[in-house]
Design a protein. Sequence first.
Length: 156
Amino acid sequence: MIVTTFADCQRYANISSKLKKAFDWLNSHDLLNLPQGRTDIHGDEIYINRSSFTSKSREDARWEIHHHYLDIQMVLVGQEQMDVTPASLTSPAEEYNATTDYQQVQTKDNHPYQTILMVPGQMTIVFPEDAHRPAIHGDGITASPMEKAVVKIRID
């Protein structure tokens, strides 16, 4: 997991050429004016999903992992808490969906995790080894409308 800002993300561009391409694209586009849904940056290798939703309670939010893509998660409007824990410490809660590269997982009660407060101008990069539970109320209590964009980068 990496937490950074749009201003500082180029520091991580040398991790992969795809990450650099995504950062360059993000820093040259107005994400608030992207249409809802998927926008291709480089076909199935790099794309962005823009969505609007209402935040959830921690109890209603679900842990997830991806096997072949990393996420660059960005809040555009509002605030969101996202929990992160090692994927190796989770167990499947449902079958892996290869079409969407999504698997819901679960943790044991009282399992330790880190919580990140995500705000506009910041990005959190989660890798396949990072189970994450996004879309939690920014203040931990109050449901609020959210605008978010998530870049998906194939890494295998």
